[in-house]
Ligand binder design. Structure first.
Ligand SMILES: C=C(O[C@@H]1C=C(C(=O)O)C=C[C@H]1O)C(=O)O
Length: 393
């Protein structure tokens, strides 16, 4: 009987999938042991030469077994990324004894379903302790929650690959005494979310966060005569659409978020740019120590003296110390028209010699200088195997 035959094969697949999970868990245990030896012997967490060897061997072995090299590469990129992030998180915990808490109270923008909510879930899934989510309606409220001690952490979006920097967050950082303790990037996949049975041609009103409208401007132009209504967050938009129960309204947000409110995605990939990611920062009352074996990023803010070339001179300090700058942003200083505060992201650990030298020099030549935080770089760029195509031949 065909149905019975199908059941039999599926039973085997189910059992095999369980074995795969057990093997992955065993691999994770071994990579955690590797982390311990790296701490003892002061070895960097990432070893791309080892990753390259491993990938080449697996691609060849996979080919013999009839598996596509790209499939094998993608699969192991995910496995290695997870292993490196886990090791980094372990090392960070050991470098900051006493920082582990049974409960992490985290403030973020919106409610369940917002992109900040999804980013919060992702960041804390790798950290011990239970998560208490504190949804907020504005960036000021989020920062206040941590400053007042009602929350331990805040998760704030800082930039997006389509719409650029989030100025309001940069402006808040000028005034806070909190430190940046972490970062993460999260894919932003905008979908058109509606109640059951609603058709795209019937939509008259669209709810979303203003940043989302900016990121989906091409789609909005295509859609034509639809009224757009800004909301405080993507989850606020989902809540409105869910409550209105109308055949003429839709929200833009993530499919995963929409499903929490019973909304369906009738169109996906709405952003102008295909690669749409947001970078979030995690802030807390106390700064963290980043172990030297973990790649670190430091965020600095400074205002230069008002003379020609002052910013160039400050940047030359970075070059002299061979420090790579990954971002430079400027924002007006409130109350001082035409004066700018510069935000710099640089690769490096504040405990490192060259960073110490650079910071001392910058302190001496700027009007205002502050370290906003030093934190592990969370983005693990996959080790590329230039020879994948050659291996396929
Ligand atoms: C596990 C290790 O750490 C990292 C993770 C790897 C992996 O998951 O296979 C390989 C190399 C390192 O970048 C290791 O060094 O062996």
């Amino acid at each position: 009987m065909p149905k019975q035959e199908l059941e039999e094969i599926r039973k085997k697949i189910t059992s095999l999938d369980s074995d795969l999970l057990s093997l992955l868990a065993t691999r994770q245990g071994l990579t955690n042991q590797v982390a311990e030896t790296k701490v003892k012997n002061q070895i960097p967490v990432r070893d791309q030469a080892r990753e390259e060897q491993l990938l080449i061997r697996l691609i060849k072995q996979g080919q013999k077994a009839g598996l596509d090299p790209h499939y094998v590469t993608q699969l192991f990129h995910v496995i290695i990324e997870d292993s490196v992030l886990n090791q980094q998180a372990m090392l960070a915990r050991w470098a900051n004894p006493g920082s582990e808490k049974p409960l992490n109270r985290v403030a973020f923008l919106g409610d369940k379903g917002s992109y900040s909510y999804l980013a919060t879930q992702k960041y804390f899934s790798r950290r011990p302790g239970e998560l208490l989510e504190i949804g907020c309606q504005s960036f000021v409220e989020i920062i206040n929650k941590v400053e007042s001690g009602e929350a331990d952490f805040a998760v704030l979006p800082i930039e997006n690959t389509s719409s650029g920097s989030i100025n309001e967050v940069y402006d808040q950082l000028q005034h806070t005494r909190l430190s940046i303790v972490g970062e993460l990037t999260h894919p932003i996949k905008h979908a058109l979310l509606v109640s059951d049975g609603v058709e795209i041609s019937k939509i008259k009103t669209l709810y979303a966060h203003p940043q989302v409208f900016a990121q989906c401007s091409h789609f909005l132009a295509e859609l034509g005569n639809v009224e757009v209504k800004p909301c405080d967050s993507t989850s606020a938009a989902m809540i409105v659409v869910n409550e209105l129960r109308s055949g003429e309204v839709a929200a833009i947000g993530s499919e995963a978020g929409g499903s929490l409110y019973g909304l369906k995605a009738i169109k996906s990939n709405l952003a102008n740019q295909k690669e749409n990611h947001s970078r979030f920062i995690v802030v807390a009352s106390d700064s963290v120590k980043v172990p030297l074996q973990v790649p670190a990023k430091t965020t600095l803010i400074m205002s230069t003296v008002q003379k020609p070339g002052a910013l160039v001179e400050a940047l030359l300090v970075l070059r002299e110390n061979q420090i790579n700058m990954t971002k430079l942003e400027s924002r007006p200083i409130t109350g001082n028209p035409w004066e700018e505060m510069f935000y710099l992201d640089v690769e490096g650990n504040i405990a490192d010699g060259p960073m110490q030298n650079a910071m001392e020099a910058l302190r001496g030549m700027t009007r205002y200088f502050k370290v906003l935080g030093c934190y592990p770089i969370e983005e693990i760029s996959p080790t590329k195997i230039a020879a994948v195509n050659a291996l396929m031949e």
